[in-house]
Write a protein that binds this ligand. Structure first.
Ligand code: ZN
Length: 125
């Protein structure tokens, strides 16, 4: 299950605050606390693991993710924050065609079964 309006989510994710907990071991996942932009007492835990082939798997504690959804605002915010640390900006796409048209570094968020969200990475303007 993927979000239909991923560009809207990407815009909303910019208002969320993200705290990164770096992995202790190289193969451990990143754990991130994502706070709502409007309610500082509401937080989600996002876990992100980078595969060696450029595949990303992510988990989140929000309702959407618990019901099998992928690519929620929290995961988008968490990935964007990690990228910003490396001075990269991300864009999210629902089809590989749209993503490939950007002619940028390509990543793939996978739900581990059949669905993917494509991510391009560029240097911020
Ligand atoms: Zn979430």
């Amino acid at each position: 299950m993927r979000p239909k309006k991923i560009k809207d989510l990407q815009a909303r994710s910019k208002k969320l605050m993200v705290r990164i907990m770096d992995p202790l071991e190289p193969d451990d996942p990143y754990v991130m606390i994502v706070n709502s932009g409007t309610n500082p007492y509401l937080s989600r835990v996002v876990t992100i693991k980078f595969g060696r082939d450029g595949t990303i798997s992510a988990r989140c504690t929000c309702q959407w993710a618990q019901h099998g959804g992928m690519g929620c605002t929290h995961v988008i915010a968490a990935l964007s924050k990690l990228a910003a640390r490396k001075k990269r900006a991300l864009s999210f796409w629902l089809t590989p065609e749209e993503a490939q048209r950007q002619k940028q570094h390509l990543l793939r968020l996978s739900d581990g079964r059949t669905e993917n969200i494509w991510i391009t990475s560029r240097q911020p303007a």
